[in-house]
Design a protein around this ligand. Sequence first.
Ligand code: FPP
Length: 250
Amino acid sequence: MTQHTDINKDTLPKHVAIIMDGNGRWAKKQSKIRIFGHKVGVKAVRDTVEGAAELGLEYLTLYAFSSENWNRPKKEIDALMELLVNTILDETKTLMDNNIRLQAIGNLEDLPEKCLQNLNSTIEKTANNSRMTLVLALSYSSKKEVAQAVKSIVKKVQEGELKSEDINEDTIQNHLFTHNIPDPELLIRTSGEQRISNFLLWQIAYSELYFTKILWPDFRRENLFEAITNYQKRERRFGKTSEQIEKENA
Ligand code: FPP
């Protein structure tokens, strides 16, 4: 079992993003309804957040609800929203005690009133916490995020605030929900599926991808540590050659 002491603290990723997947399949395996899987998934969230903070990550982003998830049966959506409201309420004290800041990305205006109120209240309360930032992706779609960024850039050009010839990669980056968050160096997906599902498409241009068969409710900090030790064994070349990277690191 990988411990956090096995990890080289000098080459820690600043930001790890996780696609939490497999709650439904986990519940099915226990002959339980899907929402039971989501409920047990909260335990995995708690342990992973604690492990990430203990390790010294600066940002942890969790894909909690996609824009496409609104197409699930109403019963499951309602139960998930209730779970989110309760979890945010229950965990606010722990976030404060552990000096963790909460942020959220996505089309938050789509969330039910109560969920949004609790979310905003915890975001405000934790705004000055500095140990780690926990980012929840809620009602999130990467394609929508990019489309919205383009829309606001066009508006600025039309209003004379920005010249079209000055638009570059930074302009796009600065108009994303994640404008104040560094790109993740590592993206983890649980449950054995190997796809990105409309998550952080721009931001993961150079992220290392790590797929594990573990279903989200079974995921624990040791699994995060294992993903990070795997990441630390990789050579990140950003288009350069191995020899160039070795020279830079010498
Ligand atoms: C994916 O499993 C999981 C979700 C869509 C919801 C994740 C939510 C939680 C873990 C609970 C609350 C989270 C927070 C941050 C408080 P799935 O339902 O797609 O599983 P399946 O692929 O096996 O059907």
